[in-house]
Design a protein around this ligand. Sequence first.
Ligand SMILES: Nc1ncnc2c1ncn2[C@@H]1O[C@H](COP(=O)(O)OP(=O)(O)OP(=O)(O)O)[C@@H](O)[C@H]1O
Ligand SMILES: [Mg+2]
Length: 243
Amino acid sequence: MLLEVDGIDVYHGKSYILRRVSLHLDRGEAVALVGRNGAGKTTTLRAIIGLIHPRKGRIKFDGETMRSVPPFRRARMGMGYVPQEKELFTKMTVHENLKTGVRADYPENGWSMVFELFPILKERLDQKAGSLSGGEQQMLTVARALLTQPKLLLLDEPSAGLMPAMIFRLTEVIRKLHAGGISILVVEERISVALELSSRLYVMDVGQIVYEGATADLHEAELVERYMGARSDSAVSGGASIT
Ligand SMILES: Nc1ncnc2c1ncn2[C@@H]1O[C@H](COP(=O)(O)OP(=O)(O)OP(=O)(O)O)[C@@H](O)[C@H]1O
Ligand SMILES: [Mg+2]
């Protein structure tokens, strides 16, 4: 098993946010985490990468217990993180932003892999990151995470704010990365995208995992109706009632 989250409790001040959250990911797996706004998805990812410390429970990555492992070491061990807020250095160039992700031992040809996936970034290398379009900035955050050579890529709503064509491109890239052997844990608000990207899915609600299943067995509409209220595209376009 590559990642094992075992019954973690997370508090923000006095608020009890994550309640006994358990999830796991095998090597080479692509898993999605979905749920309403405020369910605790981002908090879960932040606990996994070490930006938040669970009060109870345990996180194991690649055979090691993470309790006293700081975020930068988790990154070195192979966790790549694409945050929900893009956290780019907007006044620095694309090239400079990318370099903040590179490991010292990163092979030269790794760059060409990244430019092959994101040709637009090669054209924009000397442009300020803040002047890129939203979609291009999204590509840049994924590219930067890739330059850390992750074993596990944690993506927090990669499709947010993107037009359908851009979502299609990004989905393609993520599928390619997965095919190339990188494990994926993706938080997605679009159920259709989550189902497309993963073979297994967790649903979270009010800080708890309320459903786990293989995506092949799932029906989007049913999932949305049972767990997601009015969040999905299909629920909105289909005029489904708000639960
Ligand atoms: N720093 C913080 N201090 C206090 N409460 C917080 C903090 N960060 C998150 N929370 C609360 O924790 C809960 C879970 O937030 P989280 O960001 O994990 O949700 P999410 O599932 O990622 O939602 P979204 O889909 O809107 O991104 C929310 O109720 C949020 O208000
Ligand atoms: Mg979030």
